[in-house]
Design a protein around this ligand. Structure first.
Ligand SMILES: Cc1cc2nc3c(=O)[nH]c(=O)nc-3n(C[C@H](O)[C@H](O)[C@H](O)COP(=O)(O)OP(=O)(O)OC[C@H]3O[C@@H](n4cnc5c(N)ncnc54)[C@H](O)[C@@H]3O)c2cc1C
Length: 417
């Protein structure tokens, strides 16, 4: 099998980082990066922010350009979809009929936007979803961008991160924006209520309207206009309708080849799947996290994609270390930066520390008074504290809630114990 190389399916954040790291770790054989998109690997976070706002024709923020691909001897197969895996013969079949053999295979297939579900026929509701836009790829961002003209009415279904980032960008483009959220508040997942309230207020001050705690009864569209009927009978007309209602891991290939699936492609602590020659990393996989007692989690976050891409390269070459990075996520909306490290839902008590005009920090403590997570909102200055909080989470230090609440007690000091 000596001429079989390392094959990566999915040329996104994780796939690109893994390919580069394989070379850095000394792998001298072939590295093939297979991606169904027409582009070299690019960053997705700008898609809901600068890509929508750029005055002139935007281009993707590439992670790897041709020079780097050449330098690292990474063969990028763009516009190529992998359609099946033959585990016994160590080969991947592409849509164009080609077979690629592998020594080790990485699945870095990411996630897809969750689609609005269409009520069954016979139901009172009618969903014409043909006009609904989603945001995952550069192509999606270009389609959306064309619709964000000043004065246009934009309705966003879903008050999560993507929906709110699009709302902020649409307001900056001069659109009239309404966000519909079925839950009682925005940012129901992963963010404490106090932070959600600050984000909510910032959006309202920018002119965004919210319809909270209300579901959708029907959608119809004609002549470029969509009409959304809410369950309470209210109707909204808009020129652009965007759904940001979460993402689902891309597991079709893995499932068809018999790999274990559990809220994503199920991997062990080294990121190996149920087949020892096949690995999975990034948005597509769920993994046991050692910091949280081995609890299986799946993350949809940029840094996790980077870190797992780097880590999995080592595992593909035989390293045995568990992936244990503290989860971290950020979102930029207007002049606000929001950062969360750790898993907020694990905490049982929350301690607030105000940083005055620089922002607010919230520490989420377990019953044992170790730090489960920290969330921050404000200006870029919060990044340093969230970084220190991340170290406190990893250290599992037992903390004094009063000290956490006091802005004069440096987190660095708590870290030293
Ligand atoms: C609009 C947007 C904004 C975001 N903003 C933030 C942010 O502010 N902060 C943050 O922390 N995170 C953010 N994220 C999340 C972050 O970008 C993702 O977590 C990260 O891109 C995941 O990387 P990945 O490589 O796992 O998946 P992806 O980047 O989705 O890459 C997977 C690739 O695999 C390809 N693929 C799938 N199946 C096949 C197949 N069968 N054959 C070939 N190719 C295939 C896909 O086409 C895709 O190109 C954002 C995401 C989006 C969409």
């Amino acid at each position: 099998m000596s001429n079989y190389g390392m094959v990566i399916i999915g040329a996104g954040e994780t796939g690109a980082r893994a390919a580069v790291e394989l070379r850095s770790l000394g792998w001298t054989g072939k590295i093939t990066l297979i991606g169904e998109e027409a582009h070299a690997p690019y960053e997705r976070p700008p898609l809901s922010k600068p890509t929508l706002l750029e005055e002139h024709n935007p281009s993707p923020a590439y992670i790897l350009d041709n020079k780097q691909l050449e330098e690292h001897r990474i063969e990028l197969m763009k516009g190529c979809k992998a359609v099946s895996i033959d585990k016994n013969n160590h080969s991947v079949q592409l849509e164009n009929g080609q077979n690629i053999n592998y020594e080790r295979l990485l699945l870095a297939t990411g996630a897809q936007p969750r689609r609005l579900s269409i009520p069954l026929s016979g139901s009172q509701s009618r969903f014409d979803t043909s006009s609904v836009l989603y945001l995952r790829s550069f192509g999606d961002a270009l389609s959306l961008r064309r619709r964000l003209e000043p004065g246009k009415r934009v309705v966003i279904i879903g008050g999560g991160f993507i929906g709110l980032e699009v709302a902020a960008s649409a307001r900056e483009c001069g659109c009239e924006v309404t966000v519909i959220e079925a839950g009682p508040r925005i940012l129901m997942r992963g963010v404490p209520e106090a932070i959600a309230a600050i984000v909510d207020a910032r959006h309202r001050s920018a002119g965004v309207q919210f319809k909270l705690g209300v579901g959708i009864a029907g959608i119809s569209s004609s002549g470029g206009e969509s009409i959304i009927t809410l369950i309470n009978g209210e109707t909204l007309a808009c020129d652009a309708l965007i759904a940001g209602i979460g993402a689902i891991p891309e597991t079709a290939l893995a499932a068809a080849s018999g790999l274990a699936i559990e809220n994503g492609i199920s991997v062990d602590e080294k990121l190996a799947t149920s087949d020892p020659n096949i690995f999975a990393a990034g948005d597509c996989c769920s993994f046991p996290h050692p910091l949280y007692g081995g609890m299986r989690i799946r993350l949809e976050a940029w840094r996790n994609a980077q870190d797992q891409g780097t880590h999995v390269a080592g595992s593909m070459l035989g390293a045995k270390e568990a992936y244990a990075a503290v989860p971290w996520f950020w979102s930029d909306q207007y002049d606000l930066t929001l950062q969360v490290s750790g898993l907020q839902g694990i905490g049982t008590t929350t301690v607030h520390r105000t940083l005055g005009s620089s922002g607010d920090l919230f520490f989420h403590l377990t019953d044992e008074r170790t730090l489960a997570a920290a969330s921050g909102i404000g200006g870029p200055g919060i990044a340093k504290d969230i970084r220190l909080a991340e170290m406190l989470i990893a250290s599992k230090a037992v903390l004094d809630p009063d000290a956490l609440a006091r802005p004069d007690v440096k987190l660095k000091v708590l870290l030293k114990g």
